[in-house]
Design a protein around this ligand. Structure first.
Ligand code: ADP
Length: 615
C-alpha cells in the first residue's frame, strides 16, 4: 500500500518506477555532454560578441580620443613652428643687423645674435649676404659655426631674397642636425635686400616629448617624407617611394643630407594603417600652411587590450553569475529535497495511519464475523430454547405416565415377571434416557433469570464425582485429581457449573472408551484472578475440523442416539454467563484437554444478577 502511494504519482505510463528512473538517468547521462558543448558554445558566442562589441566601442572611443590628441599635438607643433617666426622679422629691422649686411667686422653682432639665441631658446641665428654667405652667426664661437658657410641653395634663403618669409625643414648642412629654418629679408634701403637673417629651431624636444608621452606620431611633409616621428626609426622614411625628380630636387636643396629616404613598411587606408606589421588606428590633420600632415596613430593592441579586458570582465561576471546560479540552484534543490522529504515523511505517516486503519478495519471485520457467528449461534440457541420448551412440555406428561405405569408394573404383586419383567426393565432404561434427553432440553427451556451465589469451586467437584463414579468405574478409568488447598470463590450457579463439569467428564469418558488404559485427570488451580479447572483425557483427541466446530450446537461425531452435539455448546453458554470461558485443545501426547476459567471473587463479594440463563 505504501509503495503504491509513493510511486504511482511519478511513474511513467506503462513503466515501473525503478525502471523509469533508470531510463531517465541513462537519458540524462547521454544528454549531459551535448548540454556541455552547447553551454560552451553559448559562452564562446557571448564572449566573442562581447569582444567584438568592446572592440567597436573601444575603437570608437579611441578614434574620438585620437581626434582630441591630434588637435592637441597639432597645436603644439604649430605653436613650436610659429613661436619664433616673428623674431627674424624683428631682427631684420635691427640697425646692427642691417649694418652687418655690408660684411664689415661683426663681432658685436655675433655676440648680439648669440645672446638672442640664448634668450629665445632657438638653435642658431645667422645673417647671410645676398649670395647666401653667412657673415654673422650666433654660433660664431663653436667649432661647427655657420660663419663662412654659404646657404644660398636653401629654399628659405631664396624665398627671403624675393622679399618673402622663408620657412623650411632640413637636416643642417653644417651640423647635420635637423631643424626648422625661418628666414626674413634684411633691407639695406628702400626696396633693396641687403641680406637675409635666418634662425634655426630644434624640433627634437618635440619628438622626444611625443615618445616620452607614449604616443605614436608622424609629421609628414607634402612629399610624404616623415620629418618628425616619435619612433626614431621612422624619421626620414617615406610613405611611398619617391620619384627621381623629387629625389633630385631634395638633393639640390640638400634638405635631408645623406639620408636614403627609404619607404616605410606601410599599408592600409586613411583610417587604419599597418606599419612594420603593427596595426594602428590613424587620425590625420594638416599642420598650418606648410602643407605638412600630422599622423596620430593608436595601436590596435590598445583597443584589443580594452576589448580583452571587457571579455575578462564579462567572463568574470559570467563566472560569478554561474556560481550564483549554481548556489541558488543548489539551495533550491536542497529546499525541494527537504520539502520532498517532508512530503515523504507525511506520506509515510499517512501510510502508517492507513495501515493502522486497515488493520483496525480488518479487526472490526473479524469481530463482526465473530459477532455474526455468535448471533447465529444465539439465534439457533434461542430457537432451540423455544423448541425445547414445547418438546419438554409435550413429552413430560407421557414420560411421567410411562414411568408411573412402569413403577406399577414393577410392584411385587403386579404379576409381571419373566420376559415381561425384562421388557419392563428395558422400558425403564428407555424412559430414563428419554428423561435424560428432556432434562437436557429443559436446560434450554429455562428462561428465567437466575440468582447466582458465591461458592467455592472446589465444592463442585465432589458431587460431580459422586454422580459420575459408577460410569467411571464401569469404564475402568483411572481417575486422578489435583485440587487447590485454598478456597476458589466464584459467583454463579453451582448446579450449572456442575452440569458443565459433568458434560466434560462424560465427553472424556466417551473419548477414552476405546483406549486401553483410560485415564482422566481433573485439575483445579488458581491462576491470578482466575480459577482454572481442566479435564484431561488420553482418548481420541480431535482433528482440526472437530476442534473448530466442537462448540457448535448439534455438532457431534458420535453415533445418532448417543450424542446430540449440545454438551459443549451448552457448557460454553453457561461459562459465558459466568464471565468465564472454555479452551479446547489436544494434549501434546494423546487425548484432549478442556480448560474452563472463571473469575475469582473476594470473600466479601456480593451476589450478582445475571441475564437470561437459557440464552
Ligand atoms: P456430544 O457429546 O453430544 O457429541 P458435545 O457438544 O458434548 O456433543 O461434543 C461435541 C463433540 O466434541 C463430540 O461429538 C466429540 O467429537 C467432541 N469431543 C468432545 N469432548 C471430547 C473429548 N474429550 N475428546 C475427543 N473429542 C471430544
Amino acid at each position: 500500500m505504501r509503495q503504491d502511494i509513493m510511486t504511482d504519482t511519478h511513474s511513467p505510463a506503462g513503466c515501473p518506477q525503478g525502471q523509469g528512473d533508470e531510463l531517465d538517468k541513462a537519458a540524462r547521462g547521454r544528454r549531459r555532454p551535448v548540454y556541455l558543448v552547447l553551454a560552451l558554445l553559448a559562452v564562446a558566442i557571448v564572449l566573442g560578441s562581447v569582444f567584438w562589441l568592446a572592440q567597436q566601442y573601444a575603437a570608437a572611443a579611441e578614434s574620438r580620443r585620437a581626434a582630441d590628441r591630434l588637435t592637441l599635438y597639432l597645436s603644439t607643433l604649430v605653436s613650436a613652428l610659429e613661436e619664433h617666426q616673428h623674431l627674424p622679422f624683428i631682427l631684420a629691422r635691427d640697425p646692427l643687423v642691417i649694418a652687418g649686411t655690408d660684411g664689415s667686422e661683426n663681432g658685436e653682432l655675433n655676440r648680439r645674435l648669440e645672446s638672442f639665441t640664448d634668450e629665445a631658446g632657438v638653435d642658431a641665428i645667422y645673417l647671410m649676404d645676398q649670395q647666401g654667405l653667412t657673415i654673422a652667426a650666433s654660433n660664431w664661437s663653436e667649432p661647427k659655426t655657420f660663419l663662412g658657410n654659404n646657404y644660398g641653395f636653401r629654399p628659405y634663403f631664396k624665398a627671403a631674397l624675393t622679399g618673402l618669409r622663408g620657412v623650411f625643414f632640413a637636416i643642417g648642412a653644417t651640423t647635420q642636425e635637423p631643424g626648422y629654418f625661418i628666414a626674413e629679408p634684411v633691407y639695406g634701403g628702400p626696396g633693396r635686400i641687403a641680406g637675409v637673417i635666418a634662425l634655426k629651431v630644434d624640433l627634437t624636444p618635440l619628438t622626444r616629448a611625443w615618445r616620452e608621452g607614449g604616443e605614436t606620431l608622424l609629421a609628414v611633409d607634402p612629399r610624404g617624407i616623415a620629418i618628425l616621428a616619435s619612433n626614431p626609426d621612422w624619421t626620414y622614411r617615406t610613405l611611398s617611394p619617391l620619384s627621381d625628380d623629387v629625389r633630385q630636387e631634395i638633393a639640390a636643396e640638400r634638405q635631408f643630407g645623406n639620408e636614403p629616404l627609404e619607404p616605410l613598411d606601410i599599408a592600409g587606408g586613411p583610417g587604419e594603417v599597418t606599419i612594420d606589421g603593427v596595426r594602428y588606428l590613424q587620425s590625420v590633420g594638416p599642420v598650418g600652411h606648410l602643407g605638412w600632415k600630422l599622423h596620430y596613430l593608436t595601436p590596435f593592441d590598445r583597443i584589443n587590450g580594452q576589448a580583452r579586458q571587457a571579455v575578462l570582465l564579462t567572463a568574470a561576471v559570467l563566472l560569478l553569475a554561474s556560481v550564483a546560479f549554481l548556489l541558488v540552484r543548489t539551495q533550491r534543490i536542497r529546499t525541494a529535497l527537504f520539502a520532498s522529504q517532508q512530503q515523504r515523511r507525511g506520506l509515510q505517516q499517512l501510510n502508517r495511519r492507513l495501515e493502522a486503519e486497515i488493520d483496525e478495519r480488518r479487526a472490526a471485520e473479524r469481530r463482526l464475523e465473530l459477532a455474526q457467528k455468535e448471533l447465529q449461534k444465539v439465534s439457533k440457541m434461542a430457537a432451540l430454547g423455544q423448541l425445547s420448551a414445547s418438546v419438554t412440555h409435550e413429552l413430560g406428561q407421557p414420560i411421567a405416565a410411562m414411568r408411573n405405569y412402569l413403577a406399577t408394573a414393577e410392584l411385587p404383586n403386579s404379576g409381571i415377571d419373566g420376559e415381561a419383567r425384562e421388557l419392563v426393565d428395558h422400558l425403564n432404561g428407555i424412559a430414563a434416557r428419554m428423561e435424560h434427553i428432556t432434562g437436557q432440553l429443559r436446560f434450554f427451556a429455562r428462561a428465567e433469570p437466575k440468582k447466582l451465589d458465591r461458592f467455592d469451586l472446589r465444592d463442585v467437584v465432589a458431587p460431580v464425582l459422586e454422580l459420575m463414579e459408577p460410569d467411571l468405574a464401569a469404564a475402568g478409568v483411572e481417575w486422578s485429581q489435583e485440587v487447590d488447598d485454598d478456597p476458589l470463590w466464584v459467583f454463579g450457579d453451582a448446579l450449572r457449573i456442575e452440569q458443565v463439569l459433568v458434560n466434560l467428564i462424560r465427553n472424556a469418558l466417551d473419548a477414552v472408551s476405546d483406549t486401553e488404559s483410560p485415564q482422566i485427570r481433573l485439575r483445579l488451580t488458581r491462576d491470578g484472578e482466575m480459577a482454572r479447572l481442566s479435564i484431561t483425557d488420553n482418548g481420541t483427541g480431535m482433528d482440526g475440523e472437530v476442534l473448530a466446530r466442537a462448540e457448535d450446537p448439534f455438532f457431534t461425531t458420535k453415533p445418532s442416539g448417543t450424542g446430540m452435539g449440545l454438551g459443549l455448546s451448552i457448557s460454553a453458554s453457561i461459562l459465558k454467563e459466568h464471565d468465564g470461558r472454555m479452551e479446547i485443545a489436544n494434549t501434546p501426547e494423546v487425548g484432549a484437554v478442556f480448560t474452563i476459567t472463571l473469575p475469582v471473587c473476594d470473600e466479601t463479594g456480593d451476589t450478582q444478577q445475571v441475564g437470561d440463563a437459557s440464552l
